[in-house]
Write a protein that binds this ligand. Sequence first.
Ligand code: FES
Length: 68
Amino acid sequence: MVENYTVCNCMQVSYNDIANAMHELSKFEDVLSAFQKVQDVTHCSTGCGGCHQKVLDVISEIMSGAAV
Ligand code: FES
C-alpha cells in the first residue's frame, strides 16, 4: 500500500485522487492518454505545471501495478 501524499500542490491533488481517477476509467493505452484523463477528472497540473513530471511518474507507477 502506498502512503498518500500531495502530488499537485496548486490543485491539491493527492496520490489517492490520481489512483481513484484511474480506477474510474476503464483502460489506458499509454501514460500520456492516462494523464489527459486524470487531468480532466482531477485538474492536476493545470496551475503552475511544476508537478507535470510527478503526475506522470505516479501514473506510470499505478499503471505498472503498484496500486491498482
Ligand atoms: S503543483 Fe500542480 S500545477 Fe502547480
